[in-house]
Design a protein around this ligand. Structure first.
Ligand SMILES: [Zn+2]
Length: 97
């Protein structure tokens, strides 16, 4: 059996990548193809189809998730989820406004 895990890593963005992401967010563009986002789902700053194509290409070994993020062609995954309510979790992670 093979299990998929996610690990926390720091990625240094390449020159111009931050500007690419900022421009795309400001103008409502997909960070992968730089075309206007449509009414479909937006996943990690990309059209759903671009995000799926990115995932397939990563799984096929054409590039890594870190490379795509470093190039500004994929936004980092957000943690999402409900804010912590357990007293220990609130103490550990703080309350999220
Ligand atoms: Zn796209």
């Amino acid at each position: 059996m093979i299990a998929t895990i996610r690990r926390l890593a720091m990625v240094k963005m390449k020159r111009g990548a931050s500007a690419r992401v900022a421009k795309a967010k400001e103008e409502g563009l997909c960070v992968a193809c730089l075309k206007e986002l449509d009414t479909g789902r937006t996943i990690r700053g990309c059209h759903e189809r671009c995000a799926r194509a990115t995932t397939r290409a990563i799984e096929a070994g054409h590039f890594t998730e870190e490379q795509r993020i470093a190039e500004g062609k994929l936004c980092p995954a957000e943690t999402g989820g409900r804010p912590p309510s357990n007293p220990v979790s609130v103490e550990a992670y703080g309350e999220i406004p």
